[in-house]
Design a binder for this molecule. Structure first.
Ligand code: UTP
Length: 287
C-alpha cells in the first residue's frame, strides 16, 4: 500500500552562513557526508517512506543540486567505455531516484517563506517537510515515524527530540501534553526561547507533516526572529484552529549545517560502512 503522504518539500535556499567559506560557491546540501551529498540521504529517506513527488526550493548558486539528480551523459559514457559498471550503476541510479521538481525562492526570507514558494505543488493535500541539514540515522525512516502518527490522528505532526538546556535557544520548543508513549499533543510552540522561558526540553528538528491550511497562515504571518518568515510562528497560529501532534522519533540526528555536527555525521556514516568502517576505526584509535 502507498503512503498517505505522497509529496514532500525540501527547502534548500538558505545561505549556509554557519559553514562559510565552504558554502561560498557551493550549496551546503551538496557537501558530502561520507560518500554522498547530504541531500541524497534526505531523498533516500523520502523514497524509503513511499513519498513519490519531491519539490526542492532552491535559490541562487544551487544548480549543483539539480545537476546531481539529473542524467550525466558524458560521465555515463566515460564509465561505460572503461567498463566501470559498478560506478556507472551508482551514477545512473541517482538520476532515477525520484520525480523532483524545482522552484526558486528569489530571496532568502526564511524557512516559512521558502515553504510557501512550493504552495502550488502542495496546497491540496498534507505533505512532508525535510530540512536537509538534519540527517537522521534510524531503523524506521524518521519521516515514516511521523507519517504513522499522521495516519492515526489526521493532523500536522512535528519531529521532536530532547535538547540539553544550554542548546535549547537554538530550537523551536513545544509545550507538550503526553498522549501515549513517544507521542504528544502540542499546546504551544516558541521559536528559540531563552532557557528560562522554554516550555519543555523538546526541540523541533527538521521533519514535519503539515496540513495545507498552513499556506494561508504563512501568507499572513509577520516577520519574526532574525527578520525572517518563521515556520514556527505559522505553526503557533495553526494551533488556534487545528490540533498539532509531535513525536519523539527513534534514531540519531546530526545537524550537518553546523561544523561539529557535520564532522560527527561524516565520521559515523563512514564508520558504518562495510568497506572502510573498520579501517577508519583503526586509524582513529592511532590519533
Ligand atoms: P537554516 O537557518 O538552518 O539554514 O534554515 P541557513 O540559513 O542556510 O543556514 P545558516 O544558519 O545561514 O548557516 C533551515 C532550512 O531552511 C532553508 C535552509 O536551506 C535550511 O535547509 N531555508 C532557510 C530556505 O530555504 N530559505 C530561507 O530563506 C531560509
Amino acid at each position: 500500500m502507498g503512503s498517505v503522504i505522497k509529496k514532500a518539500v525540501i527547502p534548500c535556499a538558505g545561505l549556509g552562513t554557519r559553514f562559510l567559506p565552504a558554502t561560498k560557491a557551493q550549496p551546503k546540501e551538496m557537501l558530502p557526508v561520507f560518500d554522498r551529498p547530504a541531500i541524497q540521504y534526505i531523498i533516500e529517506e523520502a523514497l524509503a517512506s513511499d513519498i513519490e513527488d519531491i519539490v526542492l526550493v532552491t535559490g541562487r548558486g544551487k544548480q549543483a543540486i539539480e545537476n546531481h539528480f539529473d542524467k550525466s551523459f558524458e560521465l555515463e559514457h566515460y564509465l561505460k567505455e572503461r567498463k566501470q559498471f559498478q560506478l556507472l550503476n551508482n551514477v545512473e541510479r541517482i538520476a532515477e531516484l525520484a520525480d523532483i521538481y524545482y522552484v526558486r525562492q528569489k530571496q532568502p526570507l526564511g524557512l516559512g517563506h521558502a515553504i510557501s514558494c512550493a504552495k502550488s505543488y502542495l496546497q491540496h493535500e498534507p505533505f512532508a517537510v525535510f530540512l536537509a541539514d538534519d540527517l537522521i540515522y534510524s531503523k524506521t525512516p524518521a519521516i515514516k515515524q511521523l507519517i504513522d502518527v499522521y495516519s492515526k490522528y489526521n493532523c500536522s505532526v512535528l519531529a521532536v527530540q530532547e535538547v540539553p538546556k544550554d542548546k535549547i535557544s537554538h530550537y523551536g520548543v513545544i509545550k507538550p501534553v503526553k498522549v501515549s508513549g513517544n507521542v504528544f499533543k502540542v499546546e504551544d510552540i516558541v521559536e528559540k526561547p531563552a532557557p528560562e522561558n522554554a516550555p519543555s526540553n523538546l526541540g523541533v528538528v527538521g521533519r514535519y507533516i503539515l496540513v495545507p491550511e498552513i499556506f494561508d497562515i504563512l501568507e499572513k504571518v509577520q516577520k519574526g526572529k532574525g527578520g525572517e518568515i518563521q515556520l514556527t510562528d505559522a505553526i503557533k497560529l495553526l494551533l488556534k484552529t487545528k490540533p498539532v501532534y509531535a513525536v519523539k522519533f527513534s534514531g540519531k540526528r546530526y545537524d550537518t549545517g553546523d561544523k561539529l555536527g557535520y564532522m560527527k555525521a561524516s565520521i559515523e556514516y563512514a564508520l558504518r560502512d562495510k568497506e572502510i568502517g573498520s579501517k577508519l576505526k583503526g586509524y582513529l584509535k592511532t590519533l
